[in-house]
Design a protein around this ligand. Structure first.
Ligand SMILES: CC(C)(COP(=O)(O)OP(=O)(O)OC[C@H]1O[C@@H](n2cnc3c(N)ncnc32)[C@H](O)[C@@H]1OP(=O)(O)O)[C@@H](O)C(=O)NCCC(=O)NCCS
Length: 177
């Protein structure tokens, strides 16, 4: 009898969780700003979505990254699993929004939206001259609702890729000077 009761109790919880998932409710997720984050879990999340293919990240550097970020928000399940993250880094004038991630099993429930809502509140409290991000979400207009507009001339944006610099040319230039 007790076993059967326990089973039906488990079923009730499972149904409730399913209901929350289906209805995009976030009552089972805790959002904490600038709080404790397990760097190893954050690295794992990066790896899970294919952002650390070369295994470049280290726990020590990720802890340092958290320390120097101006703002970050982490979403955890009630059993402590990190399932969402977003951060802002920069200096007093210039900021960049980075690492907006939701664990694949927890997507389309509003986690990134809630993280970005909190990022936006941080941006509004701040006095940055310029705030940018690179939209790789693949979700049309996702960032637009938070005030991120397309740059007029996208051709201006440049990304530095290690090892692609014209080494010989630069060496010749420095020899001339
Ligand atoms: C982009 C990402 C953070 C979105 O996370 P999420 O928690 O699923 O987002 P939300 O649940 O808050 O959904 C936001 C909106 O996008 C829509 N959306 C989410 N995933 C979608 C998908 N794959 N295709 C189409 N629309 C999608 C949602 O329906 C929602 O729209 P609505 O508010 O109008 O209903 C997540 O897909 C992810 O981690 N992707 C890999 C990392 C990445 O690319 N990050 C962005 C870097 S710029």
């Amino acid at each position: 009898m007790v076993g059967a009761q326990r089973e039906s109790g488990k079923q009730i919880i499972q149904n409730a969780v399913e209901y929350m998932k289906e209805n995009n409710l976030l009552v089972d997720i805790a959002f904490i700003e600038n709080g404790p984050v397990d760097a190893a879990q954050l690295d794992e999340l990066h790896r899970l979505i294919g952002w650390d293919k070369k295994g470049r990240r280290t726990t020590a550097e990720t802890e340092e990254m958290l320390r120097v970020s101006h703002f970050y928000v982490a979403a955890h399940t009630t059993d402590g699993q990190l399932v969402g993250f977003a951060r802002v880094c920069g200096d007093p004038y210039i900021a960049q929004v980075l690492d907006v991630i939701t664990h694949p099993d927890y997507r389309c429930r509003g986690i990134a939206t809630e993280c970005m809502r909190r990022v936006l509140a941080h941006l509004k409290r701040s006095n940055y001259l310029s705030v940018t991000l690179t939209d790789g979400s693949g979700i049309e207009d996702f960032y637009q609702r938070f005030g991120f507009q397309m740059m007029e001339d996208d051709a201006i944006a440049r990304v530095w890729r290690r090892g692609t610099e014209a080494t010989q040319e630069l060496e010749q230039t420095s020899a001339r000077t």
